[in-house]
Design a protein around this ligand. Structure first.
Ligand code: CO8
Length: 262
C-alpha cells in the first residue's frame, strides 16, 4: 500500500480498513499534512471494492490532542480564509460513503473530538478524555464541534462544555449518547470491539450498508417528514438491487445470503 508519514494503514480483517493516527511525539495533533494523508487513505478504502468498513484509531494515550496548535498559532485571517483552512477536514463527513468507526482511547480534544464526532459510530474506553478546549486558546471549535456535539448532547450541555472548555470522560460520552459503546479495558479491548463491528458491517451487502449510512445521516439535516420521505425513496430503490432478492430469498430458504454487492 501507499506509505504515509503520519498515519498507518492495514487490513487486519477481511473487508476492514484500519487507519491509525501516528504522530506520537505530538499526541497525534492533526496537522494539515496528517489530514491530507488521512483523506487520501479514507478515499482509497472508500473506493476499494474489498473494503466494507473503516476504523480510525490513535494510540493508547491519544486519539488526537487537537488541531496542530503550533501550525495554527501564526495563521492570519486572510490566509485562513483564502486557503479555506480546515475545509479539507470535511472530506470524511461529506464524501466518504462507507461506515467509519472511531475507536477512541486517551485524549480526543478540540479537533480530535471533532474528528471522532464526524465518524459514524464512536467507541471509546471509559477513561478516554474528550473536550472542546478551544476557548482556552482564544478561539472556538472549527471542525463542526459546536454543531455535532450539540446534536449529540443537547444545547445546554454543549454550551457548558464549549464555553468552559472542561473535559468529559469516556464514561460520560457513553451516558450522553456521544459514544455507542464504552469499553472496559484499554486500547486492545477497544480495538477488538471496533474490529468486530467493522467485520459485521463488512459482511453485509455494500449497497444496503451505504444506503443505511446515508439515511441515518439525512436525519441530521432534514425535517422529520422530509427525512422519512427520503428514507422511503431509498428503501423503494433497493428493490432494484440484487442483494435485496438475495437476502430475502436466503431468509425464506433458511440459507446464509451470498451477497453480490449489486
Ligand atoms: N498541537 C500541537 N502540539 C501538541 C498538541 C496540539 N494540539 N497537543 C499536544 N502537543 C504536543 C505538545 O506540545 C508536546 O510537544 P513537545 O514535546 O514538543 O513539547 C507533545 O505533544 C506532548 O504533549 P504534552 O507534553 O503537553 O503532554 P501531556 O501529557 O503533559 O498533556 C495534553 C497532554 C493535556 C493533551 C496537552 O498536550 C494539551 O493540553 N494539548 C492541547 C489540547 C488542546 O488544546 N487541543 C485543542 C487544540 S485547538 C483545535 O483543535 C481547534 C479545532 C479544530 C479546527 C479549528 C480551527 C481553527
Amino acid at each position: 500500500g501507499p506509505s504515509y508519514e503520519h498515519i498507518l494503514t492495514e487490513t487486519p480483517k477481511p473487508g476492514v480498513g484500519l487507519i491509525t493516527l501516528n504522530r506520537p511525539k505530538a499526541l497525534n495533533a492533526l496537522s494539515s499534512p496528517l489530514f491530507k494523508e488521512l483523506n487520501d487513505a479514507l478515499s482509497k478504502y472508500d473506493n476499494d471494492k474489498d473494503i466494507g468498513a473503516i476504523i480510525i484509531t490513535g494510540s493508547e494515550k491519544a486519539f488526537a490532542a487537537g488541531a496542530d496548535i503550533k501550525e495554527m498559532a501564526p495563521l492570519s485571517f486572510a490566509a485562513a480564509y483564502s486557503d479555506n483552512f480546515i475545509a479539507p477536514w470535511s472530506h470524511l463527513a461529506n464524501t466518504i460513503r462507507k461506515p467509519v468507526i472511531a475507536a477512541v482511547s486517551g485524549y480526543a480534544l478540540g479537533g480530535g473530538c471533532e474528528l471522532a464526532l464526524m465518524c459514524d459510530i464512536l467507541y471509546c474506553t471509559a477513561n478516554a478524555t474528550f473536550g472542546q478546549p478551544e476557548i482556552k486558546l482564544g478561539t472556538i471549535p472549527g471542525a463542526g464541534g459546536s454543531q455535532r456535539l450539540t446534536r449529540a448532547v443537547g444545547k445546554s450541555k454543549a454550551m457548558e462544555l464549549i464555553l468552559t472548555g472542561k473535559n468529559f470522560s469516556g464514561k460520560e460520552a457513553g451516558e450522553w449518547g456521544v459514544a455507542a459503546q464504552v469499553i472496559d479495558g484499554g486500547k486492545e479491548e477497544l480495538l477488538a470491539t471496533a474490529l468486530k463491528t467493522a467485520e459485521t458491517i463488512a459482511g453485509y451487502g455494500r449497497v444496503s450498508v451505504i444506503a443505511g449510512k446515508e439515511v441515518v445521516n439525512k436525519s441530521q439535516e432534514l425535517s422529520l417528514r422530509e427525512g422519512v420521505e427520503y428514507e422511503r425513496r431509498l428503501f423503494h430503490s433497493l428493490f432494484g438491487s440484487k442483494d435485496q432478492k438475495i437476502g430475502m430469498t436466503a431468509f425464506a430458504e433458511k440459507k446464509k445470503p451470498d451477497w453480490s454487492n449489486e
